[in-house]
Design a protein around this ligand. Structure first.
Ligand code: NAI
Ligand code: MG
Length: 353
């Protein structure tokens, strides 16, 4: 099948790592006639914003709608206010395309050092709610510059929103014979929104006979993830809690350079988007030392979503080969290799498989 993939490299290290991600996909296409793709690159980034006062053209979302998937790098530039790329590019894509599941695998690959001494395998998934929750633009500020100044930021939790997210996580758990799902919550303190959240998670779980839900308060959960990360399989979390837990998880398994994510529209009514968890990393941008593995791994998540688990597996084993060999790694993993050298090494590994 021939897939059409929209590519948004973004800013900073985004274009560098996206280039390597595409290289690996191309290597797969070269080796396997049943997987072909066309990619179209859209330079909707901070330069675009400085020129046009917007992050994408007016018809941007309509343009993206027709693609099978979106491969995204990272955005963020010191010359543009921080909230602009998020609220004018990433959020509109996530919301308009109903990408309500943010999938974040936390998996320690063989050969990667964790800052923790862990006996078992660290290998779990955070399913983060991606379309509502704490990241809303509802609220406001009053009495500015007075002693009475106050800010209100509303959290929006809907029955439908929690149900569809938890259903996706339970389906995943069921498919992989996982008997326990951890629900990240704080309903003891955040009574209205988290109260509804817990209720709907529990109700949805009742449809899955083999699955038990365990509610764990977010503060305790953060501690448990450090103390015994190997004991987790599936975590469901709200937008904010999931954001924090997945960065914590990333730190346990080698850092942001090794952390992929998928923004999924499970109904496949719209394209899903795949991106590394990290940002544009202005501190190392232009030096050709960014680790491209998070981006390449995000490409593997895309392949899985497109129904090519076989190719995703090849990418993952190729990444593991390169990490285990240990000779071509970027500085974040203790090596001295450049971004493109790591990409090339993974392409070599793909060709050997
Ligand atoms: P960041 O993820 O860009 O960088 C944090 C630290 O991790 C830096 O020291 C960076 O050098 C390092 N790092 C990140 N990716 C790496 C990689 N692939 N290889 C090696 N080291 C890597 O987060 P930061 O510095 O907080 O934000 C920088 C910009 O990125 C900001 O404008 C922020 O808004 C934006 N951002 C964008 C995201 C996105 O596009 N989804 C996500 C997070 C931040
Ligand atoms: Mg984050």
């Amino acid at each position: 099948k021939n897939y059409n993939i929209a590519v948004l490299p973004g800013d900073g290290i985004g274009p560098d790592v996206v280039k390597e991600g595409l290289k690996v996909l191309q290597a797969l296409a070269d080796a396997d006639a049943s997987f072909q793709f066309d990619s179209t690159t859209f330079e909707w980034n901070s330069d675009f914003y400085l020129k046009h006062k917007r992050m994408m053209p007016e018809e941007g979302l309509d343009t993206l709608k027709n693609y099978d998937a979106i491969l995204f790098g990272a955005v963020g530039d010191p010359r543009v206010p921080e909230h602009i790329p998020i609220w004018e590019l990433i959020m509109p894509i996530r919301k308009y395309f109903k990408q309500y599941v943010n999938l974040r695998p936390i998996k320690k690959l063989p050969g990667v050092n964790s800052p923790l001494k862990v006996d078992g395998n660290i290998d779990f998934y955070v399913f983060r709610e991606n379309a509502e929750g704490e990241y809303s633009n509802s609220g406001g500020r009053l009495y500015q510059q007075t002693n009475e100044e106050l800010a209100i930021q509303n959290t929006v939790i809907t029955r439908q929103g929690v149900e569809r997210l938890s259903r996706y996580a339970f389906d995943y758990a069921e498919k992989h014979n996982i008997g326990e799902v951890v629900n990240a919550t704080k309903s003891n303190a955040i009574i209205h929104s988290m109260g509804l959240w817990d209720e709907v998670v529990k109700e949805t779980a009742s449809e899955y006979e083999e699955i038990k839900v365990v509610d764990v308060y977010i503060d305790a959960l953060a501690a448990h993830l450090v103390q015994r990360p190997e004991s987790f399989d599936v975590i469901v979390a709200s937008n904010l809690f999931g954001d924090i837990l997945s960065d914590l998880g990333a730190a346990l398994v080698g850092g942001l350079g090794l952390s992929p994510s998928g923004n999924l529209n499970p109904e496949r009514e719209f394209p899903s988007m795949f991106e590394p968890v990290h940002g544009s990393a202005p501190d190392i941008s232009g030096k050709n030392i960014a680790n491209p593995i998070a981006q390449i791994w995000s490409g593997a998540l895309m392949l899985e979503h497109l129904g090519r688990e076989d190719l995703a597996g090849i990418v993952m084993r190729s990444i593991e080969d390169v990490i285990e060999a240990g000779s071509v790694l970027t500085p974040d993993l203790g090596g001295t290799a450049h971004t493109d050298e790591v990409g090339d090494a993974i392409v070599q590994a793909v060709h050997k498989r």
